[in-house]
Design a protein around this ligand. Structure first.
Ligand code: SF4
Length: 489
């Protein structure tokens, strides 16, 4: 993966500029160089030469010059304005689109939550046409993506109608352990074998945090989500300890949804599933990611296709009638035939919801290092592959209900959750639309407080828990204090 250096004379909107370059040239790694940048980076860039230079003249309405290493120069006369999306962002998009011959499905939208525009538009009483116009004109997105965002926002709005968004909350519980680490992972996840001795300490700290939350908020959470990592990495006894505590602290008969991300088939046993069932878990996720064993071996995901085939029927037999399945498109070496094979298997298993991810290559992941070592990758995702997946979902009667994007997603596409009506993951919508307080417990989790005023969101604040397990255990009182400050002050 070659590094392309982009020099800007002002840090303003640096991230958006970088994201646009990265989207148009996904096979390169882009590095910004700006005044005050680390000396070593500046030196390296000067040795290699700059791919592009952006020169903002002083003042919001002053011109911006964009010149490329190949000698081409573009001059935007209108200035940056108060927001990159106004004017210059669209101009830079057009320049890069012309140079590469590519258009991006989501245009200049590089954030995680592209449906937020549609949701806000609906709340403001805008028509579909007016909302679509915002996507097309202001953000250069395609009509197809605009329509998808509007369809999803409408569904989300309907699903959330029964929740008390302004006064209610949802609870997230993080279990940051996995049996092993997948090549593409950059979540807060630690191999269980290495951290085995810490697990009981971790649960002690986590329970202390949960007890604080239950005391702090008198109302019951609307949804509870246990994620990770892989929560079912815990053995049945420890799962039992955690879930009994959750049941003791919160009224599980009054939650709209209680999800446990079982995740990897190699972490699931009948005994653990029975524990989940006994503690009123309403929704689980069992994620094959792909049904091609060769790919699973390559990405270091030790959960095999055979293990999946063993645990899925057990979950159904035990009465789990809301099971989500996650798959990833754009995995190394996978193309149309492999995706078709995966979707055929999905059709056989008939999940109640299907989340289709587009592989995001995170810098911290082992996969990113693999790509650097092996040069050009065979990672590929496209609208065509997404269509195979969404056609599969359609055959099962599943409709799109939430959507999010990540940085460096293959094909510059999105992750979409499809679901049978009534089996949607409500927590997934809440985390994406940021409409309700999320109180998150556990290492590496982030809590959010949403402030409402006269029915509209005034501001959003957050606090984080430390990522490292030993530090989380040691500093649990400080983590609790952060929550106290966030939610009570
Ligand atoms: S199962 Fe998920 S969280 Fe665990 S290592 Fe793999 S990608 Fe990371």
């Amino acid at each position: 993966m070659a590094t392309k250096y982009i020099k800007i004379n002002h840090e303003k909107y640096g991230y958006d500029v970088l994201a646009l370059f990265q989207s148009f040239y996904p096979e390169d790694n882009h590095q910004l160089v700006f005044p005050g940048c680390r000396e070593q980076i500046t030196k390296e860039a000067e040795e290699v030469g700059f791919f592009a230079l952006l020169n903002y003249e002083d003042g919001d309405n002053a011109p911006v010059e964009v010149s490329f290493g190949d000698g081409s120069i573009y001059r935007y006369p209108g200035g940056l304005g108060s927001d990159l999306k106004e004017g210059f962002g669209n101009y830079l998009y057009d320049v890069l689109s012309k140079k590469t011959g590519v258009t991006l499905p989501w245009g200049t939208l590089n954030g995680v939550r592209p449906t937020k525009i549609a949701y806000k538009g609906l709340l403001e009483g805008k028509s579909d046409e007016e909302i679509e116009e915002i996507y097309l004109k202001d953000r250069k997105a395609s009509s197809e993506k605009a329509k998808l965002a509007i369809e999803i926002a409408k569904r989300e709005k309907r699903i959330l109608e029964r929740l008390d968004l302004s006064d209610g909350y949802s609870l997230y519980i993080g279990i940051p352990f996995c049996p092993t680490t997948c090549l593409y992972c950059s979540f807060t996840s630690y191999p269980y074998s290495v951290y085995k001795k810490e697990v009981d300490n971790y649960l002690n700290a986590l329970i202390k945090e949960l007890e604080f939350v239950a005391g702090m908020r008198k109302e019951n959470p609307d949804t509870i989500y246990i994620g990770g990592g892989t929560p079912t990495t815990l053995d049945a006894e420890r799962l039992e300890r955690l879930l009994s505590k959750v049941e003791e602290l919160f009224d599980l008969d009054r939650v709209f949804e209680f999800t446990v991300e079982a995740g990897r088939a190699d972490s699931i046993t009948e005994e653990k599933l029975k524990v989940l069932k006994a503690h009123k878990v309403t929704r689980i996720s069992i994620n094959p990611q792909t049904f091609n064993q060769e790919t699973l071996d390559f990405i270091g995901r030790k959960a095999s296709v055979t293990q999946f085939a063993q645990v899925w029927p057990i979950a159904r037999k035990l009465g789990f009638d809301n099971i989500n399945m996650d798959i990833i498109l754009g995995l190394p070496g996978e193309n149309e035939p492999e995706v078709r094979k995966t979707i055929e298997k999905v059709l056989e298993y008939r999940p109640d919801s299907l989340t289709v991810h587009s592989l995001a290559i995170k810098r911290a992941s082992k996969l990113a290092s693999w790509i650097i070592q092996n040069g050009k990758s065979t990672i590929n995702n496209s609208d065509g592959l997404m269509k195979i997946a969404s056609d599969g979902a359609k055959k099962l009667g599943l409709v799109p209900y939430y959507l999010y994007r990540q940085k460096n997603m293959s094909g510059n596409l999105e992750n979409v959750g499809f679901s049978e009506e009534g089996k949607e993951g409500i927590y997934n919508i809440l985390i994406m639309e940021e409409l309700q307080d999320i109180i998150a417990c556990g290492a590496g989790t982030v809590s959010k407080r949403v402030f409402y005023e006269d029915g509209t969101i005034r501001k959003l604040t957050r606090c984080e828990n430390v990522k490292e397990v030993p530090m989380y255990c040691e500093k649990i009182d400080e983590m609790i204090d952060r929550k106290r400050k966030l939610f009570l002050e």
